[in-house]
Write a protein of this length. Structure first.
Length: 183
């Protein structure tokens, strides 16, 4: 089976070649990923319990395959992970260096927001076994109190998301970011 390829990009999101996940995550090659914040009909945010690490993660997240747009990847991942087909609101892109577990993981994120349909119900699947429903304020407070419970990518995009939606909430993770993350 052939491993998926991704566009390798610069810190300005210019394509300079192709890579695989294994190579990109081992050698620190920048590649594109998407994060989608899904707001449920009850106004809470849908948060994934990451299968591999058990940490809390984006509602939807994943790699953008070579030749795919951010929006195409976000739509595909939303359907694969949460069985959601809903309009996406594009919030922007940014570069993120998430060096952790000894490997330089460097992503260029496309960030979106979506509202789950009123009849949506979570069903565990191969991609996602469990989700939590949380208020935005609760997510931010939890990140401030116990950042190790969250994936580094989620922490990075949350900071971006709060600015993009013009929230008064802010993350206070100065010491944590100095030790594990850089922007």
């Amino acid at each position: 089976m052939t491993e998926e390829t991704f566009d390798e990009v610069t810190q300005d999101d210019q394509i300079v070649g192709s890579t695989t996940k294994a190579i990109a995550h081992t050698e620190g090659r920048i590649h594109r990923v998407v994060a989608v914040y899904v707001i449920l009909p009850n106004g809470l945010y849908c948060i994934q319990v990451h299968q591999a690490a058990g940490q809390l993660d984006h509602s939807v997240g994943g790699h953008v395959t070579a030749g795919e747009t951010y929006e195409e990847a976000a739509q595909r991942e939303a359907f694969e992970e949460l069985n959601i087909s809903a309009p996406l609101r594009f919030l922007g892109t940014f570069y993120s260096d998430e060096t952790y577990t000894g490997s330089p993981v460097r992503h260029f994120f496309g960030v979106y927001e979506a509202h789950a349909p009123s009849d949506w119900k979570f069903t565990p699947n191969e991609e996602v076994r469990a989700v939590k429903e949380m208020k935005l304020e609760e997510i931010v407070a939890s990140m401030d109190q116990a950042p190790e419970r969250f994936t580094p990518g989620f922490i990075n995009t949350m900071e971006y998301y709060l600015k993009a939606i013009h929230s008064d909430l802010t993350l206070n993770l100065t010491d944590y970011k100095k030790s594990r993350l850089s922007f």
